[in-house]
Design a protein around this ligand. Structure first.
Ligand code: C5P
Length: 222
């Protein structure tokens, strides 16, 4: 089969990564989680004592970041200077930091180039905020995944509780709304649905249903 790309964009907690990972497994293609790369940049900055809000500081570190992505069918691993940071970047603090460094054009350009490189020789399903609009505008399949704030907050609560944390629903809702605002209103590559993307509302959907929906859409297009 010819190489193809599936771009999945949408807000935090819409189910993109869980669903995209399952689709990758089903189709035997590579899953690329671009959010992890923005998280990797935020993690590096914080580790170096630079706030993700400090634009000049972040830009001065950008060329020193030695980030390596190992994509896989079961998920991807991310390394910083050979250290596996895959699970260390899954915190609320790093998520918010990621959305702050993601406002900088130079950061987006650098990570966008790395992402395009990964899609060059492999069939991929790539999830993020600007994949269908900026990173892979020629993707054969584009999906915009969405869900209500309440449902997204409940999913996030479940993930955090599974890690032994005790999140507060209202706080998680507020964080999701703040992150949506950052992502949708930034100057460079804001989160928006590509004109040729299929809108998939997962509010009332289970994982399997969303996976099936994407596979059905994909089968009609490749
Ligand atoms: O998807 P995840 O929650 O891990 O992404 C963290 C943050 O990284 C997002 O809130 C967003 O600001 C940023 N991001 C982005 N563009 C992408 C992927 C993530 O701006 N393609």
């Amino acid at each position: 089969m010819k190489r193809f790309a599936i771009a999945v964009d949408g807000p935090a907690g819409s189910g993109k990564s869980t669903v995209a990972k399952a689709v990758a497994k089903h189709l035997g293609i590579i899953y690329v989680d671009t959010g992890a790369m923005y998280r990797g940049v935020a993690y590096f900055c914080i580790q170096q004592g630079v706030s993700p809000l400090d634009e000049a500081g972040v830009l001065s570190l950008l060329n020193n970041i030695k980030m390596e992505i190992q994509p896989g069918r079961d998920g991807q691993r991310i390394f910083l200077d050979r250290e596996d940071i895959t699970s260390k970047i899954r915190t609320q603090e790093i998520g918010l930091g990621a959305s702050q460094v993601a406002t900088l054009q130079a950061v987006r350009q650098k990570l966008g180039d790395m992402q395009r490189e990964m899609a060059k020789n492999n069939s991929v399903i790539m999830d993020g905020r600007d994949i269908g609009t900026f990173v892979l505008p020629q993707a054969e399949v584009k999906i915009y995944m969405d869900a209500s704030v309440e449902v997204r907050a409940r999913r996030r609560m479940g993930e955090l509780e599974a890690k032994g944390e005790k999140p507060v629903f209202e706080v998680i809702c507020e964080e999701i709304i703040r992150r949506d605002e950052n992502d949708m209103n930034r100057l460079y590559n804001p989160l928006r649905q590509a004109e040729d993307a299929v809108y998939l509302d997962t509010t009332g959907m289970g994982i399997d249903e969303a996976v099936e929906a994407i596979i059905r859409i994909t089968e009609g297009k490749i």
